[in-house]
Design a protein around this ligand. Sequence first.
Ligand SMILES: [Zn+2]
Length: 270
Amino acid sequence: MLSLRNWRRRRILSRHLIDADTWQQVLDRLPILDGLEPADAALLRERASLFLHDKRLTLLGDLQLDAPQRASLAALAELPLLRLEDLGWYQGFHELLIYPEDFASPQKHRDPASGVVHEWDDERSGEAWHQGPVILAWPGIEQSGNWDGYNLVIHEMSHKLDMLNGAANGLPPLHRDMRIADWAQAMQAAYDALNTQLDADPDAETPIDPYAAEDPAEFFAVTSEYFFSAPDLLHQAFPEVYRQLALFYRQDTLARFLRLQQEAERTQGA
Ligand SMILES: [Zn+2]
């Protein structure tokens, strides 16, 4: 059945599909899109187009973004949803606020030993508010898109996924074929291992960004960044976390990454 929603989508895309030249620039500037099947790349282009149509980008200060910059942001935001069909995962918010630079944000931290709550203003590059806008700083968006474990856009958008079933706690709404017990076990074991390592040595060389040890919500957001931008490192460090994220996002980013690596080696060897 051709649903009303599909009809609406087709109508929007007939007018607002990101043009071929702009889309090529998106593909050129975002290596983490390399190796997508042509059908997936085409789907991502449509999703990114709909994202730009549905969400308001509010640019603060004197920030200005051209079409490829806007389209790149939308493509990064939609990459995690590529295999999540028709579930309206980003329905709960309508606006993205983009700062030209990192912004100050009031922070709170409770020292577990003393129970003292510290508050301070921190330079932040992103925030996601429950039932509110996503806030991003342009420098962090611009640095996102490489195979390096950093992706501000995916980090903040994963907080939005986490918040779909209440407060951000590292447990987004799982699919029917997933088990909360499996998710919790995989995430908790890795989170505990990371914290144990940092408790022993706060400057330890951790296998993933130590910010993941902050709380379970940050653990989900940081491992989501790695899932899409350094799947080999995530899989090496915490294979069960990789497995649960692969079930959740319904993508095998590691296989795509390894294919690209093999291709690069072949090209170099030739
Ligand atoms: Zn975060």
